[in-house]
Design a protein around this ligand. Structure first.
Ligand code: GCU
Length: 407
């Protein structure tokens, strides 16, 4: 795909969703007609997605956590809990996850539990806020910045808008993707080599980096749920771009996650592989082969043979709430094919008795997101290129307000 000097390409046309692999039909052609049927079909799709796209992650490991609490961070707005999540079966020098959780001070003072937005970050936890209390981890020092060394503190503060999230009654938790896999394409770094012998799939289906990051998010969920200050069933996962792909995969494969918010996740995320005239399988595999199982590359040039597509991944979230957020000018992530995937997945929400998208997608800019305007599946756009900001966070939190009780 050619792009102009700004890295943009014209938006793609949409094509009818009936050319996608059917969701409500088993592989043997029999129909999926009930919730019980869907449970089986869900397992079938999950297996296909692991086998042909993302690879098999290991089973949930036993974790060991230690936490440190600091009150009065972010000018008094938050209590910070830094949690070290180690893997009991791994040697002491193996990677661990450092999760930073910011809890609204007023909720902490009142002993109130809050819903939590869990975001996967790529600059280091300390880059998400401007506060010296946040640890700069060894992984962030090594892999954090765009150049050598750690990113500056708070450099992503306008991106995550943590104070704003807290002011809306939500906690914010995050971990740095390099804790699990630094994305350097080296199969010997990160957590994956420690699990080489424990993967459930056949040769060639070993987990890629996206599955590893998703697994890391799920380990954060393990650690968040027992926290008294956290409403265990009101954890939303969010990620932008490659982290959005991982967030969608995490939410799709873990029913404990209460809401899923992939943001500008593109190919390998919400955007369909089929008829994607932006980033094709060959493009993404050519640049980031480490993100997927080796099996995925075989579909370059013959995407129609892939027995799943991104609507299959999205459907695994049903009937839980899913909001896909997109930039109208973020052409590379192909908002049109992300919307097509949302529409194609809707029948699964409906089969399960949840309200799907209605007729009014996409929602744009200042469109209201409330119980009157949205169901459990939403696609929302703003007039931006590739970025995360307060406007997107507000849309996600408005959607979460509709589905969660705790904020
Ligand atoms: C590249 C890649 C995208 C990815 C993005 C990002 O542009 O092609 O698939 O989403 O990087 O993560 O920033």
């Amino acid at each position: 795909m050619s792009r102009d000097a700004d890295g943009l390409a014209p938006p793609s046309r949409c094509r009818p969703t009936d050319e996608l692999p059917p969701l409500l039909e088993f592989r043997d052609g029999s129909p999926v007609e009930s919730t019980a049927d869907w449970r089986e079909r869900r397992d079938e799709l999950r297996e296909l997605l692991r086998h042909y796209v993302y690879g098999y992650a290991p089973e949930a490991p036993e974790i060991e956590t230690t936490s440190e609490r600091t009150a009065g961070v972010l000018d008094g707005a938050a209590t910070l809990v830094e949690t070290e999540i180690a893997f009991a079966a791994l040697p002491p020098d193996a990677p661990s996850i450092t999760m930073a959780t910011f809890l609204p001070s007023d909720a902490v003072d009142d002993d109130r539990s809050v819903p939590v937005l869990l975001g996967l970050n790529w600059g280091g936890n300390h880059a998400a806020v401007e506060d010296p209390a946040v640890t700069i981890t060894d992984a962030a020092r090594e892999h954090g910045g765009r150049e050598d060394g750690a990113a500056e503190r708070g450099v992503a503060a306008d991106y995550w808008c943590v104070e704003h999230v807290l002011s809306r009654g939500y906690g914010f938790a995050t971990y740095h993707l390099a804790d699990v896999d630094p994305d350097d394409g080296d199969p010997a770094t990160g957590v994956r080599p420690y699990y080489d012998d424990d993967l459930p799939g056949p040769l060639g289906t070993e987990w890629g980096t996206l599955a590893a990051w998703a697994w890391g998010l799920q380990r954060c969920v393990d650690a968040l749920r027992p926290m008294e200050a956290v409403r265990a069933d009101e954890i939303a996962v969010l990620g932008h771009s490659r982290c959005g792909k991982a967030a969608l995969l995490a939410g799709a494969t873990d029913e404990r996650i209460g809401l899923v918010a992939p943001h500008q996740s593109g190919t390998g995320g919400m955007a369909l592989d089929r008829d994607n005239d932006q980033e094709g399988i060959g493009d993404i595999i050519g640049t980031f082969p480490q993100w997927f199982a080796d099996t995925y590359a075989a579909f370059d040039g013959q995407v129609d043979r892939l027995p799943v597509d991104s609507h299959s991944l999205a459907a695994l979230v049903a009937p839980r709430p899913l909001i896909d957020t997109a930039g109208a000018r973020d052409y590379w992530t192909n908002p049109g094919r992300a919307l097509d995937a949302v529409r194609a997945a809707e029948p699964v929400w409906e089969l399960l008795g949840a309200e799907g998208v209605g007729d009014d997608l996409p929602l744009y800019g200042d469109d209201e997101i409330s119980e009157e305007t949205v169901g459990s599946l939403c696609h929302y756009r703003r007039e931006t290129a590739h970025t995360l900001d307060e406007g997107y966070l507000d849309a996600i939190l408005d959607f979460a307000d509709v589905h969660f009780d705790g904020a």
